[in-house]
Design a binder for this molecule. Sequence first.
Ligand code: FAD
Length: 506
Amino acid sequence: MREEQALRRIVIVGGGTAGWMSAAPLAQLLGLGDHAASCEIVLVESPEIGTVGVGEATLPTIRFYNRTLQLDNAEFIRKTQATFKLGIEFKDWGHLGNRFFHGFGDFGPAIVNRSSILHWLRLNVDGALGNHEDLSTATVMARRNRFVPPAGDQPSAANAYSYAFHFDAGLYAAYLRDYAIARGVKREEGTIVDVSLRPGDGFVTAVTLADGRRIEGDLFIDCSGFRGLLIDGVCQVGYHDWTHWLPCDSAQAVPCVRVEPLTPYTTSTARSAGWQWRIPLQHRTGNGHVYCSGYTSDEEARHVLMQNLDGAALGEPRQLRFKTGMRQKAWDRNVVAIGLSSGFLEPLESTSIQLIMDGVGRLIELLPDRRCDRHLADEYNRRMARQYESIRDFIVLHYKLTQRDDSEFWRYCAAMSIPDALEHQIETFRRSGRVAILDPDSFSEPSWVSLFLGLGCRPERHDPLLRQVDDQALLGHFERLRHAIAATVSDMPDHAAFIERHVCAE
Ligand code: FAD
């Protein structure tokens, strides 16, 4: 049997959200604070090259990440100016005036092994049952600006929902930096100007900083942002360009003052050549306009953003450019790209931080020794690609199902060809009322259904087994559920008051 060659040093290139979100769990896992630890972690960040500086909305799994690090929840919320997020409100996507919510959670408990919402759809043929969103506790809470965390182990049907956070990305990275450094991660400040490779296999052996310092390592995590210093600059793995499906390539971002009420959700409003986000934080509101430069100018995009702020801007908008897609390999040789260096999907469903968490989680699962076995890399790349593609399809769905034809951009989106897997997904739902789950690590059935229904796509036929349940019994069930949710939410505190009383006052 060949002897294992444990890693001696991991070098993380970049100190943005991805760099510090990678450093923190690795430091915890490798027990760096312990003198017996055999591996060290060095993180290099450049004082000259800034971070992307946006990225404020998350998905519920951020809570599991924070819990793994054993972060104190109240301290995390205070230090990052966080608010709670129950989902995303979409405005003007399906058509002008269209409004729907993608909430975190289900539409009530399953009935005879089938999702509640599928029963509801079968029964709601003529629209007599009202709005399905009344059966989503997260959505009802969001519409009324209420928040409390869901009850513990055995929540009632009306108390089953999930939540995530909005936070200041810069403050979160700083919080994790302190965490990682306290656990033994070494931070080097400097700009990498050269990379040394091992002859033969091309493994990276060291990076050299502008002042001549040389940092050697066995495994390099490339968190250098869009530039992909190692994964692109050195490994040149290639890029899957998805701009024909997701044509937005630019964004302008600007914070404005905090606006009341403090909404426990993100808002995404479709604009004539893209969409605008609104993310409420405790100390300010994050805003940005994501758009396609082929259909509008930067000046016009900036004007649209500034005209649609609901408070005074705190500065000038920041211009960002990107190309939607992913690296053909996130792991090549002894280089693993995490964060923007691995690819980019527009922030419509807040998935970038999720991809960072899953990237570092998978790396920990598949942690190599010094040889960086190719099969580990292949498995990592397979899982990352499946997740990226599944998220891509979910985002493309928002554009493809639009009925808007009021601008060139929306006419392009409605007519564009889409990935085969998404075509399959849409047709499966339209023809049979079923959701194909192509990647268990990405969006689940309630999320797909929220989008389908929100954008006006309804099934023509239904699962034949749904007929086993008596219609009258179902009607009674949905009526009781709707009332239980409304009553439960009525008793919940206002979102801002909850933060004030239970988090900031501690
Ligand atoms: P960066 O923040 O760019 O950090 C790169 C780091 O690499 C920096 O520390 C830099 O100093 C260092 N570096 C680069 N080159 C060198 C060098 N030569 N030498 C030394 N160091 C170097 N995500 C979400 O989950 N939710 C959102 O709501 C969201 N909104 C977004 C909105 C927009 C418009 C964009 C563009 C992105 C958004 N994201 C969002 C994505 C999110 O911002 C990123 O995933 C996250 O910030 C991670 O960035 P990063 O750390 O990979 O890169």
